[in-house]
Design a protein around this ligand. Structure first.
Ligand code: ZN
Length: 212
């Protein structure tokens, strides 16, 4: 039973709503927790604050990218770095699903990326994938309505219309397999950029995850 405060029932019933199995350590300096956790869209909404087109785009795009990097279906959140644009929505999902933090240099911001576009790297192997939305999936009216709001020339009803359009887009994305909504490519010659956040130290809590 979904929490209708977080996502509407019709979306909860969608056939391809992304879910994620994630792997973390048991505690600070702990080894890997053998039990994966399940992350669902409602968790992303709790963290981000609202359901929106950008949240669902990012969830679908990262589902497709992480399927390639983790074919066993369990995402290791101690082993990922990501590049996203500076969207509050997509950036929040990137952080939550990968465990990559900007303050440790693992989440890099590239203003040239579009919504639903990410470069994801499995740090231990160096495997790097580029994921983006298929252009034909994105509804033009969403962008047109967003531009209208950002222009400042709009009526109050336009804000509600934008919300409806985004939710319809979220429903569309959840109606198809992520592989149908996205394009994923391996990047073999990609040089990882310098962190966008100043160097404040590195992440330490996972240092002993492989202790035996
Ligand atoms: Zn959002």
């Amino acid at each position: 039973m979904s929490d209708t405060l977080l996502i509407p029932d019709w979306l909860a019933r969608a056939p391809h709503l992304p879910r994620f199995q994630v792997r973390d350590t048991l505690h600070k300096y702990g080894r890997y927790d053998p039990r994966p956790k399940t992350v669902i869209i409602e968790d992303l909404v709790r963290f981000h604050g609202h359901l929106c087109g950008g949240l669902m785009e990012a969830a679908v795009a990262l589902r497709a990218a992480l399927d390639v990097l983790f074919p066993d279906g369990v995402i290791d959140r101690t082993d990922l770095a990501i590049i996203s644009n500076n969207s509050a929505c997509g950036g929040d999902v990137a952080t939550y699903l990968t465990g990559a933090r900007a303050r440790f240099g693992a989440h890099i911001i590239d203003l040239g990326l579009s919504g639903g576009e990410f470069i994801v790297r499995k740090v231990s192997t160096g495997e790097t994938v580029h994921v983006r939305m298929r252009p034909e999936v994105y509804p033009r009216e969403v962008k047109a309505q967003m531009r209208k709001l950002e222009s400042g020339d709009f009526m109050a009803e336009d804000v509600d219309l934008f919300g409806d359009l985004q939710w319809a887009y979220a429903g569309l994305l959840a109606s198809m397999p992520p592989s149908q909504a996205t394009l994923v490519d391996f990047l073999t010659e990609f040089s990882w950029p310098e962190p966008t956040c100043q160097n404040l130290g590195r992440r330490r809590d996972n240092d002993f995850k492989d202790a035996s």
